[in-house]
Ligand binder design. Structure first.
Ligand code: G3I
Length: 336
């Protein structure tokens, strides 16, 4: 608790975020969240599946509880997520046998889902992941972003324009209400140059079309580089992707940063230092491009709570003690 605060260290650069469920919003966990971060993302609570009750009607009871706790804690909130192929409501795009609905039906459902959720939370969020992980992992021809899309239920029912339609629906609600909420496209393997190229082509085309109709305004405000990395990640590739995305004139958010290392919940001293070194390299890079980066959000407060707990990917160990990775983030130049 006497350690430097990450959000203080980076206050002139970008927001610092982490991922939460309600159990992170009380006691000592909340103290650590508040001490080091200004922003949080719900790890699961605000995903599409949880916006509905068993009858398939909208029900935001659990989400509202979490949002209230976030506000009471004085934290900003990033909305995650409106349209995703996982933790979703399959019946929005498929019938009971799993066959795609007609384009018209699925599109109407998509628009209704997006508009209802955006309207419900309003400007209690500062930004939304509008579409998450729509790109396939290994685009055969990255120049052709349509052919590079993941074969999801949304794609099957609607076609490649489900992405643009989702952003347009969110944008309409925001404009009607005069809110300032940033709209993000979010994806992982962001250091893979083929995937980055396909995402670049997609955002470029969608934003250019919208800008031509809307006095040069952006439809997609930002690209989320999830940042689920490991010890083999080459920071030079992260740099290439970051520079590529920034060249589109959008902001970049690092939305889910963690670095897997070791296995069975164990890190050797060497692995702990390698992990810290990569964190230091990344934060040096992020500082260099701070004018274009809105936030760095970690995906997990501590190794014990991480979705990849066995690979100890966060800054704090499962006893909430600072790891070398924490010190590397606090002072990347000193660490390197
Ligand atoms: O809620 C059920 C609970 O009722 C049940 O008893 C339990 C038994 O396994 O499962 C619970 O659901 C789990 C859910 O997390 C909530 O804890 C799911 O099984 C589990 O798969 C789910 O994992 C989440 C994962 O997304 C799902 O894809 C992780 O917590 C979450 O960290 C992870 O986050 C994703 C981002 O949203 C998108 N980017 C990648 C990132 C990491 O995979």
């Amino acid at each position: 608790r006497d350690l430097p605060s990450i959000k203080e260290v980076y206050k002139d650069y970008f927001l610092i975020g982490n991922v939460v469920s309600t159990k992170d919003l009380e006691g000592v966990r909340l103290e650590l969240i508040q001490m080091h971060h200004n922003l949080v993302t719900a790890e699961n609570a605000m995903k599409p599946a949880y916006a509905y009750n068993e009858e398939g009607e909208f029900d935001f009871t659990a989400e509202d509880e979490l949002v209230q706790m976030v506000e009471d804690a004085g934290l900003l909130l990033h909305g995650h997520v409106l349209v995703w192929h996982q933790q979703s409501n399959e019946l929005l795009h498929s019938d009971e046998n799993g066959n795609p609905l007609s384009r018209e039906e699925a599109l109407a459902n998509l628009r209704k889902h997006v508009k209802t959720v955006v309207e419900h939370f309003g400007d209690r969020v500062i930004s939304w992941d509008v579409v998450n992980e729509a790109m396939s992992d290994n685009p055969p021809n990255p120049e052709d972003w349509r052919a590079s899309l993941r074969n999801s239920g949304w794609l099957q029912a609607i076609g490649p324009d489900f992405i643009e339609e989702a952003f347009r629906a969110a944008r309409e609600v925001i404009d009607e209400n005069g809110w300032d909420i940033k709209l993000y496209y979010n994806d992982y393997n962001d250091d893979n140059q083929n995937k980055a190229e396909a995402i670049y082509q997609m955002v470029k085309e969608i934003n250019e079309r919208y800008a031509a109709e809307n006095d040069g305004r952006l439809l997609i405000d930002g690209i989320g580089m999830q940042g689920h990395y490991n010890l083999n990640t080459n920071p030079a590739n992260v740099r290439r992707s970051l520079e590529k995305f920034i060249s589109l004139g959008v902001e970049v958010g690092v939305t889910e940063l963690d670095i897997m290392a070791g296995e069975n919940h164990e890190l050797t001293e060497k692995q702990a230092m390698q992990q810290a070194y990569l964190y230091a390299q990344l934060f040096q890079l992020y500082k260099e491009y701070a004018d274009h980066i809105s936030r760095i959000t970690f995906w997990g407060l501590d190794d014990g709570a991480s979705w990849r707990a066995a690979n100890s990917p966060t800054l704090f160990d499962s006893d909430l003690q600072a790891k070398p990775a924490y010190y590397a983030v606090i002072d990347p130049e000193g660490f390197i």
